[in-house]
Design a protein around this ligand. Structure first.
Ligand SMILES: [Zn+2]
Length: 182
């Protein structure tokens, strides 16, 4: 397995619409190895999720996992989920604002409104159909990662940019946690 290079904001691949993956391509050893690398890269950088365009590959594949993540210490557990060719449908008009970050927008946090419940229809890594209803944080991460497959980053979803913060300032001023060097 390999740690892949993460594209940062400004790289055109992050603004492209990702291509659907055929069942044949998905079942190839190369695609399966890529999914393993995507998972390993997400874990290496403590991401809550990672989408293929973020590692310079504009295909409709994303991975999500949260367990004892130091970047999101308050976040609830999310099992490892591989998402291929997703369709996300909001199940409510209700949105909630919460903090998000992104490995492609390093060291920043911002308040982003998201639907509190969404239906996710997609394929798993073996090509089996998945149809689940998710809520709250899981629904938030799904919306963030599937946005990447449509060339959208969380900054585009913010209602205003006044909460956009460098992580060090965010910890000081928004979370009330003082830096150790302070
Ligand atoms: Zn992201």
């Amino acid at each position: 397995m390999a740690i892949l290079k993460v594209a940062r904001l400004g790289h055109p691949v992050l603004r492209q619409r990702a291509q659907p993956v055929s069942l044949e391509a998905l079942s190839s050893a190369e695609a399966q190895r890529f999914i393993d690398d995507l998972i390993e890269t997400m874990r290496e950088y403590d991401g809550a999720g990672l989408a293929a365009p973020q590692v310079h590959r504009p295909e409709q594949i994303a991975v999500i996992e949260v367990q004892a993540n130091p970047r999101y210490p308050q976040a609830p557990h999310i099992p490892l989920t591989v998402i291929v060719n997703p369709v996300v449908t909001p199940l409510t008009e209700e949105t909630e604002e919460d903090w998000e970050g992104c490995l492609s927008v390093p060291d920043m946090r911002g308040m982003v409104p998201r639907y509190t419940a969404v239906r996710l229809e997609c394929l798993d890594r073996s090509g089996q159909p998945v149809d689940i209803v998710t809520k709250d944080f899981f629904a938030r991460v799904i919306q963030h990662e599937t946005d990447h497959l449509n060339g959208i980053v969380y900054l585009d979803r913010m209602r205003d940019l006044t909460t956009l913060s460098h992580i060090a300032e965010w910890q000081k001023h928004w979370l009330g946690i003082r830096e150790q060097s302070d």
